[in-house]
Design a protein. Structure first.
Length: 126
C-alpha cells in the first residue's frame, strides 16, 4: 500500500488492520509533512477515531501515543525525508515494540494515569 492510501484509509478508519510498523510509518509521514507537533496531533486524532470505529476505544493510550510520536517524529525531523524504508533502515530501534520500556519504569505505562494523560518518561528523556 502506498503512503497516500495508508493515510487515507487510516484517517477514514477503513484500514483493515493497523500494525506497529503502520503506526511508525504514519508518524513518519505526518512529521515529514508538518513536523513533530503536527505528527502527534494527527496520529492522536486518527487513533482515537480508528479505535472508536472498531469499538475498542479503550485501546487508545495517551502516553504511548505521545511517546511514540515524539520518538519517531524527532528522528524524522533530524533525518529529513528520504522515504520511510530508508528511515526504518536507519532506525531499527523503532521495530522494538518494547522500546518505551527504555524510557519508563516498570508499571508506569500500565497505570490509569498514563492511559488517560501524557506522563513524562521516568528513566530517561525522550
Amino acid at each position: 500500500m502506498d503512503d497516500v492510501e495508508l493515510v487515507s484509509q487510516f484517517e477514514d478508519t477503513s484500514l483493515p488492520d493497523l500494525s506497529h510498523r503502520d503506526h511508525v510509518r504514519l508518524v513518519y509521514l505526518y512529521a515529514v509533512e508538518g513536523g513533530a507537533d503536527a505528527a502527534y496531533a494527527r496520529v492522536r486524532k486518527g487513533l482515537i477515531a480508528y479505535t472508536s470505529a472498531r469499538g475498542v476505544s479503550h485501546y487508545f493510550h495517551e502516553t504511548r501515543t505521545w511517546a511514540w510520536a515524539q520518538l519517531v517524529a524527532s528522528a524524522t525531523v533530524a533525518d529529513g525525508d528520504g522515504g520511510f524504508d530508508a528511515f526504518a533502515a536507519r532506525h531499527p530501534e523503532f521495530d522494538r515494540r518494547d522500546l518505551l520500556d527504555d524510557y519508563y519504569a516498570p508499571g508506569v505505562l500500565d497505570s490509569q494515569e498514563a492511559h488517560d494523560a501524557v506522563v513524562e518518561p521516568t528513566l530517561k528523556s525522550i
